[in-house]
Design a protein around this ligand. Structure first.
Ligand code: HEM
Length: 88
């Protein structure tokens, strides 16, 4: 499996972990029992940090050097402008 596939997988699972941690903290806080420890509030930041790093990686991927002419993130626009019908 290529590196970008791995990064995408990690991003996907980190989004699940972040959502679970966020819901957990919300429930703990709203349950209104004794004040939770400080680290409980910081829990979602761990997967969020992973999301930020892997997300930025995924964002810059299409701008890579190898994207080249007609293969970059805006290739479809370029093809439309130049009247190229199919993907090349
Ligand atoms: C923290 C900053 C974040 C950045 C910079 C970021 C960036 C990105 C980028 C560039 C993609 C790929 C989009 C594409 O290929 O069309 C992506 C996909 C995705 N992002 Fe994020 N993201 C961030 C945070 C989050 C958060 C907070 C969640 C949800 C809790 C999330 C969930 C997802 C999911 C589920 C995908 C699809 C992954 C897949 O291909 O299966 N991301 N993100």
């Amino acid at each position: 499996m290529s590196r970008s596939t791995w990064v995408r997988k990690i991003h996907r699972w980190a989004s699940i972990a972040f959502t679970a941690a966020f819901i957990f903290v919300t429930v703990v806080v709203l349950s209104g029992q004794e004040e939770p420890a400080e680290w409980v509030y910081l829990l979602p930041l761990l997967p969020l940090g992973v999301l930020l790093l892997t997300g930025l990686y995924l964002f810059v991927l299409p701008f890579g050097r190898r994207a080249g002419r007609g293969r970059g993130p805006f290739a479809a626009d370029q093809h439309r402008r130049e009247g190229v019908s199919a993907e090349q």
